[in-house]
Design a protein around this ligand. Structure first.
Ligand SMILES: Cc1ncc(COP(=O)(O)O)c(C=O)c1O
Length: 416
């Protein structure tokens, strides 16, 4: 069979809805400067769906640093992979500063967090090693494991008995293979906002011999007294062997890094295929990241403002009787009972009547008949935005309970 024909006949779980959904539910175009107000389909909306936690994306100092770096170096510099011709003192400086910030000996940069995580996993384990990981691990962790030809055991999300069982099985196995064990969890789980039980996992090192890698994409810059991450927040940085962060969220940039012992970073530097066989991170990204990191370190008011909004939003939603799950981070899921057609009508109503734009998550990401409205509060939201949104959500819930969204005709997005 022709491979093209085969693929276009079955467009995949999301692609099958492309015709009805693209441009509105999927691939929406947000226009204008990044902020709490952006234009969607010609109208200004209140935006709750960008991981611009600290509001750095459009901060004047960040914009200036980005523009100056682009003017000085262009987007091409440096040419080539780090190992060949793409090394600069600024890449090294950024790595030193990142490592110091997350209290590790050394760090290494990636061009994307996603690609970086895949590559770290790929480089750290061989056929004799075993990975034990949380069932809600991000796609980049899952895809990294697809490259692993040894065994892997999954434990139910944050279930420490499950992890213990996994570690017992893994320990038996590596006694035979003479391999090692890598445990992988996230710091902040990006959908539900709950935290990986890093402290408890670190405690298990007293019983089992393993190394711990955490993906702290959402925790870097937002969690802990200095914004150094979820393990700083929990007071267990020493027990985390490898810390992974991305620049795509609180840093409002692109790229990522892994931090660990100097000897391990030295190993990765010479073995991580995503960096050996790909072009180095461009200078504007590096200089921009140095500026952003400096602001995270020296402007705690950004994090304080973020948390003022987070607390107001989460306590306001809880007081209004909304179920926001078990979040302990800025990620704020609002869980409602309803079907996918109802979720569709809620999305349209929320955007068109209330001018609120947030992500809507349905089955299979959440259980059947649950609708998750996922809000990302940031330092550039205001308490008025919070108040307005909670009032809007109360009206939406009332309509949902009345069955209004069930009885509503399926919205024709081409007319919106
Ligand atoms: C938990 C987690 N890990 C990794 C990534 C990938 O990061 P990046 O967007 O830098 O590729 C993301 C974000 O999309 C994420 O949420």
């Amino acid at each position: 069979m022709d491979i093209f024909e085969k693929r276009v006949r079955n467009l995949g779980p999301l692609g099958q809805y492309g015709k009805q959904a693209d441009g509105y539910f999927m691939f929406p175009k947000l226009e204008g400067e990044i902020g709490s107000r952006m234009v969607f389909r010609g109208k200004e909306r209140l935006i709750w769906s960008l991981n611009n936690y600290l509001g750095l994306a459009n901060h004047p100092e960040v914009r200036k640093a980005d523009a100056e770096a682009a003017a000085k170096w262009g987007m091409a510099t440096p040419m080539g992979a780090r190992m060949m011709s793409g090394q600069t003192v600024y890449h090294e400086q950024l790595e030193r500063e990142l490592a110091a910030f997350v209290k590790k000996e050394a760090a290494y940069l990636f061009n994307f967090g996603y690609q970086g995580m895949i590559s770290v996993i790929d480089s750290m384990v061989d056929r004799n090693d075993v990975i034990v990981y949380d069932s809600e691990a991000h796609a980049c962790i899952i895809d990294g494991m697809r490259l692993h030809i040894g065994k892997r055991f999954v434990y139910p999300h944050n279930n420490m008995d499950g992890l213990r069982k996994g570690l017992e099985r893994a320990t038996k196995l590596v006694e035979e293979t003479k391999g090692g064990i890598l445990v992988i969890t996230e710091g902040v789980y990006g959908m539900s906002g709950d935290l990986g039980k890093i402290k408890e996992i670190v405690e298990m090192k007293k019983e089992f011999n393993f190394r711990l890698l955490i993906d702290d994409a959402h925790g870097f810059g937002t969690m802990g007294p200095n914004g150094a991450g979820t393990d700083e927040f929990m007071g267990c940085q020493d027990g985390v062997d490898m810390y992974f962060g991305t620049f795509a969220k609180s840093m409002a940039g692109i790229g990522g890094f892994v931090a660990s012992k100097e000897s391990v970073i030295d190993y990765l530097k010479h073995n991580m295929r995503s960096q050996i066989f790909a072009k180095s991170l461009p200078m504007p990204m590096v200089m921009g990241a140095l500026k952003r990191l400096d602001m995270i370190r020296t402007m705690p008011e950004l994090r304080e403002k973020l948390w003022t909004i987070v607390r107001a939003l989460q306590s306001g939603l809880r007081e209004a009787g909304f179920n926001i799950g078990n979040t302990q981070s800025p990620v704020t899921p609002v869980l409602l009972n309803g079907t996918i057609p109802e979720a569709t009508n809620i999305t349209v109503d929320m955007r068109e009547k209330f001018n609120i734009f947030c992500s809507i998550v349905t089955y299979p990401v959440v259980p059947k008949d649950i609708i998750m409205l996922r809000l990302i509060p940031t330092a550039i939201h205001t308490l008025e935005d919070v108040k307005y949104t909670i009032e809007a959500f109360k009206e939406i819930r009332k309509k949902l309970d009345n069955g209004d969204y069930k009885n509503m005709a399926f919205a024709d997005i081409s007319k919106l």
